[in-house]
Design a protein around this ligand. Structure first.
Ligand code: UDP
Length: 459
């Protein structure tokens, strides 16, 4: 346990040192050491130079590679369902190729559908900063944040959707539009028989009425809408389906890695494996409440020794990321046991290793669509503490597959409890892994798409 003095405000010299370190973390270059006290590790450690460029993506796995995980009957079921759809094509459209859960899923789903001879094309819409600022505001507003929708925002939204509509071709039998950003592409729908489906990954249970009323007329033109949780469904004249998001157990992010690899990554980032490690992996986004995590850690730290790792990065469609990162750094102060990592989006191996090294994993979201980081943590059998919001309670069944929290204090209590009750922590971690295996793997998701495609074809 640290003494109170060690949490004192940084001195002016420390602030200068930590600012140059912060810059180094963002730029990825080692900053010259400032005179005075050593720079605080907690406020930004330069990321290793080798991580500054994306690695070549490994070839995607084949269906048979999943055999040891899901078994032959499940593989056979997928092949059987795909047979009737052979040669039919499908298009997925979203707003970012990297960063965020949707891109993660599409990266795996598209090749697997291709292997099943249901060719899937993936297109990403383009837009300027003004567009992504509007869509980010929409995103927050749909999660319930106050927002005044003005004429300019409407026009920016519609103009970029129109530009993308003119640029893109829609020749597939099933077109799937992900999330609100490209929702107005439905205007491209021609009178032929293509099916259009809106796949919404965000929590619409309490949307800002103005934004929802603006988007709803587009949503209603689709043949169906898909949500990630029962509680997100809206009153719509069209059918609605429940699809859980999923992870790929063979991806760089989730495959098994040996302990030496884990150790190497921890050494690179200055994470001490001989002491408990509490981690949240998330974009630096207020809805993920990274500042709340820092506060919870600081409360728990009065009773139990641990380090806090906040590993995140900014998705390409999230202009708020840098501001939130700064807020997190300010909240962390000069605590040397808080390790903030601003990672490029391609650091899947590093995220995997950090999750594997963690004693506990937190996802203290205030609003959440589903929370793939929770799925990833459970798959690694990690005791998980998560906000009871959005699709998280579908994954974390309180005290069975993890623990749910509603406040900073609750989160601090659970950190302390799990770190001091390792047998209970181990048991919920194991249960969590089984829960993911049954419900949230990519192979289950492939099965749902095949079933939906068959249903729409017969409608
Ligand atoms: N992620 C990542 N690097 C980061 C932050 C997040 O690779 O710096 C990954 C994370 O592991 C997960 C996904 O991005 O796979 C985030 O999905 P989630 O549903 O948790 O949140 P979203 O960002 O889509 O709101």
């Amino acid at each position: 346990m640290k003494s109170q003095e060690q949490y004192a405000e940084p001195t002016a010299d420390e602030s200068v040192a930590s600012r140059s370190q912060e810059k180094a973390a963002v730029l990825g270059t080692a900053a010259p050491a400032a005179a005075g006290p050593p720079p605080s590790r907690g406020n930004g450690r330069p990321i290793p130079a080798k991580l500054l460029t994306p690695p070549a993506p490994p070839p995607p796995p084949h269906l048979e590679d999943y055999l040891p995980i899901i078994g032959q009957p499940q593989i056979n079921a997928l092949r059987f369902l795909a047979r009737e759809l052979k040669g039919k094509t499908l298009k997925m459209v979203n707003s970012t190729a990297v960063g965020g859960g949707v891109a993660e899923i599409l990266n795996r789903l598209v090749p697997l559908l291709g292997e099943l001879e249901v060719p899937a094309h993936w297109d990403v819409i383009t837009g300027g900063n003004d567009f992504f600022e509007v869509t980010k505001a929409f995103h927050n507003a749909l999660h319930g944040a106050p927002y005044e929708l003005n004429q300019q925002a409407r026009e920016i939204f519609l103009m970029y959707n129109e530009q993308n509509r003119e640029r893109m071709r829609f020749e597939e039998e099933l077109v799937v539009i992900h999330d609100p950003q490209p929702v107005a592409l439905i205007r491209a729908r021609s009178s032929d028989s293509a099916h259009w489906v809106w796949r919404c990954h965000i929590d619409l249970s309490n949307p800002n009425p103005e934004v929802w009323e603006f988007l709803r007329p587009f949503v209603e033109q689709y043949d169906a809408a898909i949500f990630s949780s029962q509680s997100f469904a809206r009153h719509l004249p069209t059918p609605q389906y429940l699809f859980y998001p999923c992870i790929d157990p063979l991806s760089e992010k989730n495959k098994e890695i040996d302990d030496q690899e884990v150790q190497k990554v921890c050494e690179e980032f200055g994470i001490d494996r001989s002491r408990p490690i509490v981690t949240q992996v998330s974009r630096f986004d207020r809805l993920k409440d990274p500042v709340g995590v820092v506060k919870a850690y600081k409360l728990a730290k009065k009773y139990v020794d641990c380090q806090l790792v906040l590993a995140g990065g900014g998705a390409t469609d999230d202009p708020e990321g840098a501001v939130v990162l700064q807020e997190v750094r300010e909240a962390a102060g000069s605590d040397p046991d808080i390790i903030i990592l601003d990672l490029p989006p391609w650091c899947a191996h590093e995220i995997n290793a950090i999750q594997c090294a963690s004693t506990l994993i937190i996802q203290k979201s205030i609003k959440e669509g589903f929370g793939l980081t929770v799925t990833e943590a459970l798959w690694k059998a990690k005791p998980t503490i998560a906000g009871a919001v959005g699709g998280i309670p579908n994954q974390v069944i309180h005290k069975l597959t993890g623990v749910l929290v509603h406040s900073v204090e609750g989160c601090a209590f659970q950190i302390r409890y799990l770190l001091t009750h390792p047998e209970f922590a181990r048991r919920i971690g194991q249960n969590g892994r089984e829960h993911v295996k049954e419900n949230f793997l990519i192979t289950t998701n492939v099965k749902r798409w095949l079933l939906l495609f068959r249903i729409l074809n017969k409608a």
